[in-house]
Every structure is written in C-alpha cells, then in structure tokens.
Design a protein around this ligand. Structure first.
Ligand code: SF4
Length: 433
C-alpha cells in the first residue's frame, strides 16, 4: 500500500467549506480525545468515493514539527480574523480508521451527524487518510457503479415487480439513498438486502434509522411494513440462483431488528431453500433473541452478523439501551449458531481510543475464546466521537494500544480468526441455476 514520503500537512476549511492546506503544521490524529502525530505509514491515499467534511464549531489542531507538540488554530491562517474549521474524511466502504480527525470543539457546537470522522492531510498534491483497507472485496467500491446502468436496470426490475412491496422499497433505497447493497441487487450481483422490520428492541444512541431525540437526523427512513415470506422469497430466489457470488441479507440500515419478525424470516428461509441451495442466507442483527436464532438456524440460516459497539457489557448497555434482553442473550445467540456449525461475524464498531483500549482488547480476547466467532468486520463507528465517549462515560485516562498494534495482537492471539469488512460467502456457490 502506498504511503506518503513525509507527514501530510494540516487541512483547514473556511466558513463556506473551502478547504486549503496549511504547510506550517502537520496533520494530527485524535484518539479518545488525545492528540497524536500519525506516522507516514499510518496514511494511505483518500479512497475513491470518500467525502470530505468541514466540521461546524470544531477548530483544527495541527502538529508543530519544530516544537513537537499540537497547536490549535483559532482563526483562518490564510485570512486573519476569519473563522476556521477542522476537516475530516468520511471514507468509502472497506476502509478502517486508525485515527479520528484532530480538533477542539467550541462551546454550543452542534452534534455531528452520523458519519465517521477520519484524520486527513495533504501531501504531494493529494489527500491522505489515517486508515487501512480492511477488505479486498470490491463489492461496494465506487468504481463498480455506473449510475446510468443502475437507473436503467432498477427501472426495468421495478416495472416487472410492481406488486412486490419489498422490491419497490429497495427501489427507493437504491435511487434515493444510493444504498450499495440495493444497487447490487438491481445489478444482479453479490449481496442483496432483505429489510423486514419496522420495530426494534434496542434504542441505540447512534441508530441510523431512528433518531427520536432529534439530536441529529437519521440517515435513512425505516421500512414501514413487514413484507410477506412470499415477497421475500420472490426477491431472494432469482438473486441466489443467478447472481455472481450471491448473498441475501436480512438486517439493513433501513429497518429495526429483523429478529422481531422471526416467523416471517423462518417461513421465507424455508421457501427459499425449497427452491435453491445456492448462495448464502445471512442475518445482520443485534442477536438479542437466542430462541429465534435457533429457529432460523434450523430453517437454514447460513450466517449471522452480530452488531457490537463494545464487548464490555457496561458500554454495550449504555449504547444499545436494550429493551427486554441482555448482553448474555447476544452471546448465547452466537453459541447457538456455532453449535449448528454456522458462520458468525462480529460487526464491530471501531473507534480509535475505545476499540484499541487495553480493557476492551482483553475483554475481546475472552469473548472470542468463549464465543468463537469466525470473522470480525472492522466497521468505523458512524457517530460524533465526543457524544459517544460522553454517553459511554469512557475514561479519558484509558490506555490505548494503537489500532495497528491492536489488530496485530489479535491476529497473533487468534491465528484462525478472519478479519474483513463485508459478509463473506459462507456457502460455496454452485454454478448459476
Ligand atoms: S439495533 Fe439497529 S435498528 Fe435497533 S436501535 Fe440499534 S441500530 Fe437501530
């Protein structure tokens, strides 16, 4: 992987969002509120399809190489007396952050929306982020989508399936939200989404489909109906039979918790498997209901992805605010899938300073030893880091290992454990039927 030959310099933005480099200072990373000077090999080129944000009410912090310390900029260095903002990158899928963007939040600053804020700098005419590619799979790479083809094929499938509410719902996900999974469905390839549940039995602080407090807005609306097993299988069967490397996944960003519709999921899985054994049937879930998991495993569910912000129960509970279930239920769901020889991934929300803290690392090692997941998906936490740290009451003096050392230590401790970003094929696809 390409790295810059010297530390990238700081980026700042004016109040119109115009971004400029400030060569006097080097780009800084932040982890649990502490400023760090990233090393050149922490940086990779900004991935195609990423976005840059100027952060309201956040003053940029850069590193002074002469004094070897962080420096706060409280005005625009290029236009004296003018306001200045910090700049962060929201990276394309398949990349995991090493440091968050370095800034100082001003009083009365608004809560940042539900995105991840990775440190970004400027070097040799281009943008560089502190990150690494965590999955070689190109299924959601920007380069894989031609919008004209997406619109044409989506229109054709919507016309041919006027009476299938689920396919019509995915039409909005694809054309309005640009959901990569929905686009891949309409392009007849890879992983297709099967949202089913308007309700949820958790109240995650950073829920992307429901933000009742209005602190920030949800990034997409929740599905408003429960599709029938027939609508689900009419979508899934042709995809599993025809698509390249086919996966169909319950549990999407545009819904609540699919396990609350376990009876429909069970009936749909039975219908699907009565027509094809090709491809993988996956469930993305908070895994709160072990009995329902057992029912779905028996019906033919191939893999489970368990969403976790932390494996420390206190932080899990402060974030998920579960209704009627406990962290023990989540672990029991994993054990049931493993007892049925099914595949289990952890959808592990990575936040530098929390994920790589020594306490979280040690607890994760015990969790892996007792629950035996197969894969950890290294997903960036999409939330205002300071809001999250406050909600968790996370100790400011917590010692962190650094994301690179944390990952290396995990790989050494668990050589058979896989790492990635996406749900893998767990059922080797037969040739298309
Ligand atoms: S489990 Fe999912 S749908 Fe439910 S509150 Fe959390 S993020 Fe939202």
């Amino acid at each position: 992987m390409l790295h810059p030959t010297s530390p990238p310099v700081l980026l700042t933005a004016d109040s119109q969002g115009k971004i400029t480099e400030f060569p006097e200072l080097e780009a800084v990373g932040m982890s649990n509120g502490h400023y760090h000077l990233p090393q050149p090999d922490d940086f990779i080129p900004l991935p195609e399809g990423s976005e840059l944000f100027s952060l309201p009410g956040r003053l940029p912090v850069g590193w002074d190489p002469r004094e070897n310390e962080p420096v706060l900029l409280d005005e625009n260095p290029n236009r004296k007396g003018q306001p200045v903002r910090a700049v962060a990158a929201f990276m394309a899928p398949a990349y995991t952050s090493v440091f968050n963007c370095g800034y100082q939040t001003q009083p009365a600053a608004p809560t940042l929306p539900l995105f991840a804020y990775t440190a970004v700098g400027w070097h040799d005419g281009s943008f560089w982020v502190t990150a690494f590619r965590s999955d070689p799979d190109k299924r959601q790479d920007h380069s894989q989508y031609d919008q004209k083809t997406v619109v044409r094929k989506t229109g054709k499938k919507l016309k041919a399936n006027r009476n299938n509410r689920l396919i019509q719902h995915l039409g909005k996900c694809c054309l309005t939200y640009g959901c990569p999974a929905a686009r891949n469905y309409f392009l007849d390839r890879w992983e297709a989404p099967l949202p089913t549940s308007p309700e949820c039995n958790a109240r995650c602080i950073g829920c992307i489909s429901l933000q009742p407090t209005g602190v920030c807005s949800a990034t997409q609306d929740r599905i408003t109906f429960v599709p029938t097993a027939r609508e689900i299988s009419d979508l899934a069967v042709p995809h599993l039979m025809q698509a390249e490397n086919p996966i169909v996944s319950f549990g999407q960003g545009c819904e609540g918790e699919p396990l609350l519709q376990a009876d429909v999921l069970q009936a749909a899985i039975v219908q699907i498997r009565s027509k094809t054994s090709r491809g993988t049937i996956n469930l993305n879930s908070n895994s709160s209901l072990p009995d329902s998991i057992a029912k779905l495993a028996e019906a033919g569910l191939d893999s489970l992805r368990v969403s976790l912000n932390s494996v420390q129960e206190i932080y899990y509970t402060r974030y998920y605010r579960p209704k009627g279930y406990t962290f023990a239920d989540v672990k029991q769901s994993i054990r049931i899938m493993k007892e049925n020889n099914r595949f289990v991934s952890l959808n592990y929300f990575v936040l530098p300073g929390v994920t790589d803290s020594v306490e979280e690392f040690e607890t994760l090692c015990r969790f892996i030893t007792s629950c035996k997941p197969d894969l950890i998906q290294l997903r960036n936490l999409n939330m205002d880091p300071e809001w999250y740290l406050n909600i968790l009451k996370f100790p400011k003096d917590s010692v962190s290992m650094g994301i690179h050392r944390w990952l290396q230590s995990l790989k050494e401790s668990f050589p058979d454990l896989q790492f990635g970003y996406f749900n893998p094929q767990t059922v080797q696809p037969l040739s298309s039927e």
